[in-house]
Design a protein around this ligand. Structure first.
Ligand code: ZN
Length: 402
């Protein structure tokens, strides 16, 4: 017994020594490139390998992480590529002993793994690992962790149909509204002729609207920001998805060149703007990110997936339904612009699975509108009307079985 134990020990020591002495040898994989692209709502990670890597992945919480285990890999990448951005706040890569290497992607919040694959390069030698992750809710992340615990290998990815939108009626929970006070921090938004600042008005209004909503129904209400912080547009969308919002209302009060124009407008998203002013406004609002020196990566990796397309279309019709009911409610006590429902390509309204509208409460370029926006009584009235529209929308959705 003792003899064989000692023999085993010697073997183990020998193995350890060999492992120490062995240089980065032929069995070490070479990863020649690490690339990451996307924003706070979705990211793609691509790693290039000289040979086919055998990989295994799993999720960890606190913070939300995707861990990818690989054979010992020598990653040649300058640190810039590994700097966190978008949905991924940090990237770590290194050896974990026993001839293994590990890639840890830490996310800003819960996410879903849409896809994780190793595929052969079509027009070059080698293989690439592709991981697509999208911002999701805590509940979806927990569900993925539970699924992972059941599939011990954990290399089995969750089916696509388990994700976006599908889980809607699994859990009964109160109707959830995310209010998004426009602008903030370095991005002050528009300025009124008598000095009102858009970012302050939108925040004050969002707080009041939260109160009105909490009185109007058993709603869960969140604000994307509750202070004077700068927030990227895609971060606002991510927060809505994190809370599994049933509705996102982005709040603004902009200016327009024609000082006579006044009244509220409700916008929904569309690739084609309803009119020139709506198009110009969307361009201005979308510039917000650039104030903070953020380079905007164009949405070149929008998923063309039939399921996601269907969900997007359904979401869009819900957004329009809410916009109409909102205009109906507002018209009873708030001045509206001509054609008060307009459309344009607002980035903040682009969550595929969250019905979203942007409300311009009025124009800070108009003296009367500006005075109203500064008047808590007027704001209270407007908030009450919006809360009534939300209550209508929530009860309609409940009836449809959503
Ligand atoms: Zn604005």
């Amino acid at each position: 017994m003792q003899g064989s134990g000692r023999f085993g020990f010697v073997l183990l020591m020998l193995a350890c020594l060999l492992a120490l002495i062995a240089p980065a040898n032929a069995s070490t994989l070479a990863a020649s490139e690490y690339k990451m692209a996307g924003d706070a709502t979705r990211m793609r990670v691509v790693v290039q390998f000289d040979r086919e890597p055998e990989m295994r992945w799993f999720l960890l919480r606190g913070p939300n992480r995707l861990v990818i285990d690989l054979p010992e890999t020598d990653l040649r990448s300058d640190g810039r590529d590994l700097k966190g951005r978008g949905l991924i706040s940090s990237v770590r890569f290194g050896g974990v002993g026993n001839g293994r290497s590990r890639l840890i992607l830490t996310a800003k919040g819960p996410f879903s793994v849409e896809r994780i694959d190793v595929i052969a390069n079509e027009d070059a030698k080698g293989f690439r690992l592709i991981a697509d992750i999208t911002a999701s809710s805590d509940r979806e992340f927990e569900q993925a962790l539970a699924d992972q615990a059941q599939t011990t290998g954990s290399t089995v990815s969750t089916r696509k149909t388990d994700r976006v939108g599908q889980t809607f009626d699994l859990v009964k929970r109160p109707f959830t509204v995310v209010l998004d006070p426009g602008h903030g921090g370095i991005d002050g938004g528009a300025e009124g002729i008598n000095g009102a600042v858009e970012k302050e008005i939108t925040l004050a209004f969002a707080r009041e609207l939260k109160e009105s909503l909490e009185k109007a129904g058993p709603f869960r209400v969140f604000l994307t920001r509750d202070n004077d912080a700068f927030l990227r547009l895609d971060e606002r969308v991510r927060i809505a998805r994190q809370h599994e919002a049933d509705l996102l209302i982005s709040i603004h009060a902009d200016t327009i060149r024609l000082k006579g124009i006044r009244g509220a407008t409700v916008y929904t998203v569309s690739d084609r703007a309803s009119d020139a002013e709506a198009a110009a406004l969307a361009v201005r609002e979308n510039l917000s990110d650039q104030l903070a020196g953020i380079e905007i990566e164009e949405d070149n990796h929008e998923v063309s997936d039939i399921l996601v397309d269907l969900i997007r279309r359904e979401t869009h019709s819900f957004s329009i339904q809410f916009a109409r009911s909102l205009i109906g409610q507002l018209s009873t006590s708030v001045e509206l612009i001509n054609n008060p429902h307009r459309e344009a390509g607002f980035r903040v309204l682009k969550a595929p699975d969250v019905p979203s509208v942007l409300v311009e409460l009025g124009y800070l370029s108009n003296e009367k509108d500006e005075a109203q926006l500064r008047d808590p009584d007027w704001r209270g009235k407007a908030a009450e009307r919006i809360a009534a529209a939300v209550a209508d929308f929530a009860s309609q959705k409940a009836r449809v079985g959503g």
